[in-house]
Design a protein. Sequence first.
Length: 248
Amino acid sequence: EEGWLKGGLCLYQGCWYPARILRNVIAFHRHFQPQDHDIILASRPKSGTTWLKALIFSIANRSRFTNSSNPSPLLTKSPHELIPFIEFTLYGQKELPNLTSIQSPRLFSTHIPYLSLPVSIKERDYNIRIVYICRNPFDVVVSSWHFAAQARNSLERPMEDLVNNFCKGIESFGSFWDHVLGYWKASLENPKKVLFLKYEDLKEDTNFHHLKKLAKFIGFPFSMEEEKEGVIEEISKLCSLSSLRELE
């Protein structure tokens, strides 16, 4: 199927994937070995992935980067370097990447739908946390359009084609609604394993309710002392959308 980007789409296990990463997805399904305390950030493209990566990395590593002599790598590196994509980066570099040497908790990111994740990740035997972020579909379409307009591998097609494909579910990582509903249902069935977040809630999180909820869910809750010392505010500022734009 011809998608929005060059190279087309391939249907695999009921989901459309960019043809160029299909081999990576299959390798991930066959070979990924989960570990206790793995944290997986899941999302649709253009749904706030970069922002959530920055937040999760900062929360999980705040004890390691505490002052000017040991500053956060987010000041100089993209969140995508710090939390790599499973299907684009890790299995894109090698069919069998060595993931056992990564320091725990291992932080990964994926656009793969919940129903298409390896069974090993969804098993209750492993203490794995999955954090999903969704965004208003209108904003996703607009953001995707702007991204495609700037991408070198995009096809010169009118926005109407993108909207039509979006409505039909013929796009990278399948139907928007199936993707969102898959993770939403999983969060209801297994709330200790899957956390469902909304981009808009995080953006309006003036009292840091959702940020504290996120920290607690992934196993790094803020202490009362940290709250008094303004640690949450520091992380929020470091990971603000304006700060992340400066890295682009």
